[in-house]
Design a binder for this molecule. Structure first.
Ligand SMILES: Nc1ncnc2c1ncn2[C@@H]1O[C@H](COP(=O)(O)OP(=O)(O)OP(=O)(O)O)[C@@H](O)[C@H]1O
Ligand SMILES: Nc1nc2c(ncn2[C@@H]2O[C@H](COP(=O)(O)O)[C@@H](O)[C@H]2O)c(=O)[nH]1
Length: 191
């Protein structure tokens, strides 16, 4: 991989589009890519490891993180809260290394406000039917939670135009190629 630029990149997109799958493929090829580990009040899914997939915390701990200004961004999404711990991202960027966040739309908007130089990438499904089938096929949420996530997905798809780049996840390897290219692209020249 060409040496990536010390830039903050956000990958967003509706639940089930394949963000985690594409990021895992990028990391399989390039283990050096640093991805932020979010804090969440959601309960772990089978196989999810604390400190690897998320920091699984309770509401009081999450409240404390907010109060201490410890989160770069945070949002309530489908009944749970999720946030990006600020210090590890700052350390990464200060060291001249790139940082990748995998977060939902409200969080992406907060990053745009707080770090306008960040690169915002939207991962889109090839079709609505593919999104529905991926979310159902993953089988990690009850049907009513899937419905809730799909209702949010409609609004997220409508916001794709707010992002710098839209990558269609029609094929994991191809989408990962594109994300690697974006992670290594030099930032646009300033005014
Ligand atoms: N290009 C693809 N073609 C077919 N299936 C895919 C593709 N990308 C991902 N999937 C499948 O779609 C499902 C959802 O993927 P994944 O969990 O990565 O989505 P996500 O966007 O990270 O979801 P969430 O936001 O809910 O965490 C998984 O079962 C995954 O294997
Ligand atoms: N705003 C934030 N969104 C986040 C963060 N970490 C994950 N997410 C997004 O939440 C939804 C649901 O995730 P799931 O693991 O329960 O399926 C998904 O869109 C994630 O990308 C975060 O730190 N901030």
């Amino acid at each position: 991989m060409a040496r990536p630029h010390a830039r903050l990149t956000v990958l967003s997109g509706p639940s089930g589009v394949g963000k985690g799958t594409v990021v895992a493929e990028v990391r399989r090829r390039h283990p050096e890519v640093w991805v932020s580990v979010s804090a969440t009040t959601r309960k772990p899914r089978p196989g999810e490891v604390d400190g690897e997939h998320y920091w699984f915390v309770d509401d009081a701990f999450f409240d404390d993180l907010i109060a201490k200004g410890g989160l770069l961004e945070w949002a309530e999404y489908a009944g749970n809260r999720y946030g990006t711990p600020k210090d590890p991202v700052d350390e990464q960027l200060r060291a001249g290394s790139p940082a990748l966040l995998e977060i939902e739309l409200q969080g992406a908007r907060q990053v745009r406000e707080r770090a306008p130089e960040a690169q915002l990438v939207f991962l889109a499904p090839p079709s609505w039917a593919a999104l529905v089938s991926r979310l159902a096929g993953r089988g990690t949420e009850h049907p009513e939670v899937q419905e809730r996530r799909l209702a949010l997905a409609q609004a997220e798809l409508d916001a794709a135009g707010e992002f710098d780049v839209v990558v269609v996840n029609d094929d994991v390897a191809r989408a990962a190629d594109e994300l690697v290219r974006l992670l290594t692209a030099p930032p646009p020249a300033g005014p």
